[in-house]
Design a binder for this molecule. Structure first.
Ligand code: ADP
Ligand code: MG
Length: 339
């Protein structure tokens, strides 16, 4: 005989957390995206022991009004959409209202936040879904979010974490991607009290490419600019001479979101084909600005994939933009040298 029961909220949150919170880097991703959605211009990420015991993200964004703080930690609570129609015009990185509930179900969380209107800040803590009452506290405008001891209450998941060094390098890579996707935001990354990255927020993508990837790549870039109807592409692609052995250097961002897309990768690789040896992949750093109505971002909980309304047109445009940038006379001798 079946014995069907409805799971309690805490259990539901823990199960849902499995979809989005896999490791410290996933926590950092959600917190950084929230800071960006809060229109922060400066964000600091600090981690210790690879983020397994300590993650702190501090932003100077809009803050959360005191009476709404506990709400933010409920599942499906969001300030970013009101109805399903809004999904088709969405411009924020978040919209599912799941991250804070998920993080709070598997970490010890502390939040300090202040809006511009509030005279004082609020402090709130929640551990494995159990909250403590809000306190009033002096705080600058913005939000500081601390997540301690990831998976402290789910030992089975904790076992899947790798060493602090490996987890830390996943966090570092994620922070770099976010810095590259938002050159207008100053991003600082501190690992075990050491400064690892600091971008200026001066909009200069090339500066960040230099900081993250070094001189060889920064010195071998071609600019890409294209615009057609509701799609704009801008950024850089690498000359074939800096091709790499894997796809990790194919970066592209849609409306400030780092994503993977087989359509875009295929278009890029086809355009490079005449210049590239087999099993080599290009370096690209392309920012797409696309009208939200032409996208469906609600395909996967991590939002790493999305659907284009007109994939064919995106393919054409990317192919033309990349081939256009590559059709540069000075490239040919380098390709020959490369052979
Ligand atoms: P989502 O980002 O999908 O809306 P979250 O669970 O990540 O869901 O966050 C819930 C809500 O908490 C957000 O919609 C937002 O209103 C608020 N919030 C979270 N982080 C911040 C922040 N750093 N600054 C301001 N508001 C925030
Ligand atoms: Mg969010």
């Amino acid at each position: 005989m079946p014995n069907i029961t409805l799971l309690d909220q805490n259990t539901i949150n823990k199960i849902a957390a499995g979809e989005v919170i896999e490791r410290p880097a996933s926590v950092v991703k959600e917190l950084l995206e929230n800071a960006i959605d809060a229109r922060a211009t400066a964000v600091t990420v600090e981690i210790k022991e690879g983020g397994t015991t300590f993650i702190r993200v501090t932003d100077n964004g809009c803050g959360i009004p005191r009476e709404e703080v506990p709400l933010a930690f409920l599942r499906h609570s969001t300030s970013k959409i009101k109805s399903v129609e809004d999904l088709f015009t969405i411009s924020s990185l978040g919209f599912r209202g799941e991250a804070l509930a998920s993080i709070a179900s598997v970490c010890q969380v502390e939040l300090i936040t202040k809006t511009s209107e509030a005279l004082t800040g609020s402090r709130y803590s929640i551990e494995g879904g159990m909250e403590r009452p809000l306190e009033e506290i002096g705080a600058p405008e913005g939000t500081t979010f601390i997540a301690r001891n990831l998976f402290f209450n789910t030992p089975a998941r904790k076992k899947f974490l790798k060493t602090p060094m490996t987890e830390g390098s996943h966090v570092a890579e994620l922070v770099e991607k976010i810095a590259l996707s938002h050159p207008e935001i100053s991003i600082r990354f501190i690992q075990n009290n050491q400064n690892k990255l600091h971008t200026s927020g001066n909009h200069n993508l090339k500066d960040i490419v230099y900081t993250v990837f070094g001189r060889e790549i920064a010195a071998n870039l071609l600019a890409v600019e294209a615009k057609k109807q509701d799609i704009a592409i801008s950024g850089f692609i690498g000359k074939p001479v800096i091709a790499r052995g894997n796809r990790n250097y194919e970066n592209y961002f849609i409306n400030g979101r780092y994503i993977r897309s087989s359509i875009i990768s295929k278009a890029i690789e086809e355009a490079y084909k005449p210049f590239m040896m087999q099993h080599k992949y290009p370096f690209t750093m392309l920012h797409f600005t696309i009208e939200p109505e032409l996208l469906d971002v609600n395909v996967h909980p991590t939002k790493m994939e999305l659907r284009f309304r007109d994939g064919e047109m995106v393919y054409r445009m990317v192919y033309d933009a990349v081939s256009g940038a590559l059709a540069h006379k000075e490239l040919i001798p380098e390709v020959e040298l490369n052979k």
